[in-house]
Ligand binder design. Sequence first.
Ligand code: DQA
Length: 148
Amino acid sequence: MSSVLVLNGPNLGRLGTREPEKYGTVTYDELETKVGEWGGVLGLEVSVRQSDSETDLVHWIHEAVDSGRHVVINPAAFTHYSYALRDACALVTDAGLTLIEVHLTNTAAREEFREVSVISGVATGVIAGLGVESYRLALEAIASRAAA
Ligand code: DQA
């Protein structure tokens, strides 16, 4: 069974109340539940984590590489400037594992600073703008690549 670490960056723990007109009304806890259910349906073993700290995210990505787990990551604001996170993500794809970058919003259609992702260049793929569906589609992509 393929195993996936679903990682969420800063402020995503506030989903549900954080700018709901942009990020929706699904809470972080509800997102965790949905992601776990979607993973189960797709036959994936999924763990979901969130941290506001770049250090935690980098260490969790190392853990994914060491344990051979694929990664779905919403790097949140780190998307736009964290070279440390980018370098960690590169380790995932270099190891032959899949890394999908996800965003709830379409970052290309927002403020100019959000148009740049320092992560996309080392990701297997990017899914943005579909709300929590972005996560479901990322898991589907991992499941279908694992089955190929
Ligand atoms: C986000 C987009 C980022 O620009 C922002 O900083 C976030 C959330 C998204 O899911 O749309 O925190 O990654």
